[in-house]
Design a protein around this ligand. Structure first.
Ligand code: PRX
Length: 645
């Protein structure tokens, strides 16, 4: 397989970019024509950013699994689609060929059908990183059900909220998941999430850890039994067949919940046609994938990175992906390097937080590991600091692997700003240039384009995008107005990313971080309002304010200022009780790193919490806290500074 849409030189990048500006529809018609469609689209694009209303490839019919699987079968059926590396390095590796993937996906599709799942139904998937998770995702896509994968680190309450919001009718889960030295009892968590739920009809349970589970008659069924039966239906005389449902280009493919600046996570909706084209196009171009390369994206499929660059993007390219069940530091900090060595990985795509954490173990875990197969490195999820960039370059890439710093978001579906490996120049800690078809702009508070350089000769502002690309968010599930206010209302006619950025003379972008109330903890997005809501649910808490602070490994840590009505036991006990509450309400990923008890919070006379001041205190600032004269009670600031942890 070759990729006619692969950019092979800086010159070609410039030409592609120019064409995407001058004739966007012609440009995307051409790219999209290299994917499998049942029926060609009638109109390429229809959009306005006011409602917002964005439709790509209108009237086009397809099923994404045909581009991801079926088209590869004649020539590459026996090529590995996935190499699955288990949590425990001594357990058996599983290699899933395209033929095998096809069979399993057809079986899942049949199993879902047997259990009453129909096109358009929402299926919640809450599983560990096992190949069955990919089969489940693609099985949904095959029959046109909308999948909503929930990361294994979310609590029962979080799942319950998402099930309710999506009105999900089916769940696919595991008895448990291995993560390093821990077993996470996924099915038990699902059982808690289902207390009081009125929409879910069936729960399909895959056996991974043999953790005891309570199977409820009439509701819960075993994956293994259902798949065995489905096998007899989809396979006849050695030929596997399950017709893929014909989908409209704009039918929803999946919902993925993500945090915003309000208390409630929102369901980002991506559609079949545009998402397929964008993930396929960016995968091949950003990573400069060559047929036969082994690609290893270390993310979890519970996040957008796993959706786009473990599952859909690589599969559209007929690539071989490593899927890893475990964590980078268990049984030791050499786990990634073992995997690179063992599976001769060519492309490694990970998060800066993982690099910083592994850097902390020194060079010992790298001893004896052959990393010479590596050709390209990538990072995603948060700004990468120069120290981590250089360590990655020197010790992992041995200074011969281009590093792509890929900036994007759940809402963008795939990479929007990044260098193309070895094709466009890299610049440490800069995401660099936009992908063809993406027109970023920096604006000031009032939405005016920034045209003046700062003292360092750089443009600085809030990052917006002027035009739609094929995998832009279409809506937030069940609440289109929320999509409008969150992304399209701050600055008229622009998509607002929520990030701040710098731009240099050559048009390179450096993303500096969120400018809204969203934290980025270990590359995971967490809304401060969400954490505050969770803390405030604790019986002894009167009020709280949450801010981020610089954290050496996580990028940002969570700092909570909490007013309690009384301290139950001692401070340490109350702190632990609050942590337990957050774990229950959101999940362990949202636990504050620091909790400071205070008697008041700095507020303006109108009652608004002055987060700017709290942020500065959490960052260690003592003197220069800015103007505090407008505060209701300036004395409270002094007390907070004194008590800083
Ligand atoms: O702040 C940006 C940061 O991660 C946010 C998006 O988070 P999420 O939707 O969870 O998706 C993460 C994986 C795509 C962005 O608003 N971010 C992502 N990539 C980068 C980044 N910040 C700086 N540099 C990046 N390469």
């Amino acid at each position: 397989m070759s990729y006619p849409y692969q950019i092979k030189s800086l010159e070609e990048y410039k030409t592609a970019y120019k064409k995407s500006e001058e004739d966007p529809e012609g440009f995307w018609d051409d790219v999209a024509s290299h994917f499998v469609w049942r029926k060609k689209w009638e109109k390429t694009l229809d959009w306005n950013f006011i409602e917002p209303h964005v439709r790509w490839f209108l009237g086009g019919k397809l099923n994404i699994t045909e581009s991801c699987i079926d088209r590869h079968l004649p020539a590459m059926g026996e090529k590995p689609a996935f190499i699955w590396e288990p949590n425990d390095p001594n357990d058996r590796v599983r290699v899933v060929t395209y033929n095998r993937l096809h069979k399993r996906v057809c079986q899942v599709a049949q199993m879902l059908k047997n259990n009453g799942v129909k096109k358009g139904d929402r299926v919640c998937i809450y599983m560990g990183m096992v190949p069955e998770l990919v089969y489940a995702v693609l099985g949904c896509a095959r029959i046109g059900a909308v999948h909503s994968v929930i990361f294994g680190g979310f609590s029962a309450q979080s799942i319950a909220d998402r099930l309710y919001d999506a009105e999900a009718t089916f769940i696919i889960t595991c008895d448990g998941a291995y993560r390093g030295g821990k077993d996470i009892p996924l099915k038990n968590i699902i059982d808690d999430a289902l207390i009081g739920n009125r929409t879910v009809k069936k729960v399909i349970v895959y056996t991974r850890t043999r953790t005891p589970v309570s199977m409820i008659k009439g509701r819960d069924v075993w994956w293994e039994d259902e798949m065995d039966y489905a096998e007899t239906q989809v396979e006849k005389d050695g030929v596997v067949h399950f017709p893929a449902e014909e989908m409209d280009a704009e039918d929803p493919l999946f919902i993925l919940y993500t945090s915003g600046s309000t208390g409630k996570p929102k369901g980002v909706v991506h559609t079949c046609g545009g998402y397929m084209v964008w993930t396929g196009y960016t995968f091949v171009n950003v990573f400069q994938y060559q047929p036969g390369d082994v690609h290893f994206c270390t993310a979890d499929i519970g996040w957008i990175t796993g959706h786009s660059y473990i599952c859909y993007g690589p599969l559209t390219a007929g690539a071989t992906s490593v899927m890893f069940e475990g964590v980078p530091t268990w049984p030791d900090a050499g786990r990634f390097w073992d995997i690179v060595d063992k599976h001769k990985v060519n492309i490694l795509y990970t998060a800066p937080t993982a690099i910083r954490s592994l850097m902390g173990f020194g060079l010992e875990p790298l001893k004896g590991k052959d990393l010479s197969s590596l050709k390209i490195l990538g990072t995603v999820g948060e700004p990468i600091n120069e120290e981590a960039w250089h360590w990655y370059d020197e010790h992992i890439g041995k200074k011969k692997c281009p590093i792509v710093d890929t900036w994007w978001q759940t809402e963008t579906g795939g990479v929007l700003i990044s260098n193309l490996a070895g094709i466009t120049p890299a610049k440490p800690s800069w995401a660099t240039l936009p992908m063809p078809g993406v027109h970023p702009i920096l604006v000031d508070e009032n939405g005016k384009e920034v045209t003046e350089k700062d003292e360092h000769g750089l443009y600085k502002g809030n990052l917006c995008i002027k035009n739609p690309w094929p995998s832009i968010i279409r809506t937030t599930w069940g609440d289109h107005e929320r999509c409008r206010t969150n992304y399209f209302a701050t600055y008229p006619n622009l998509y607002f990313t929520g990030d701040g950025a710098l731009k240099d003379e050559e048009g390179n972008f450096r993303i500096t971080g969120r400018v809204d109330d969203v934290l980025n903890v270990s590359g995971h997005r967490i809304g401060t309002a969400e954490v505050e809501n969770a803390i405030n649910m604790h019986a002894d808490v009167v009020e709280s304010a949450v801010v981020g602070y610089p954290h050496d490994i996580k990028g940002q840590g969570i700092y909570a200022y909490v007013i309690c009505s009384h301290i139950h036991g001692d401070e340490e006990q109350t702190r632990n009780n609050i942590l337990q509450t957050v774990t229950r309400v959101i999940g362990p990923i949202a636990k504050p790193d620091k909790i400071q008890f205070v008697s008041g919070l700095p507020k303006t006379r109108s009652g608004k919490i002055m987060r700017r001041i709290l942020r500065k205190i959490a960052e260690g600032e003592k003197g220069n806290l800015g103007d505090t004269t407008t505060l209701l009670d300036p004395g409270v600031v002094e007390e907070i500074v004194k008590g800083k942890l």
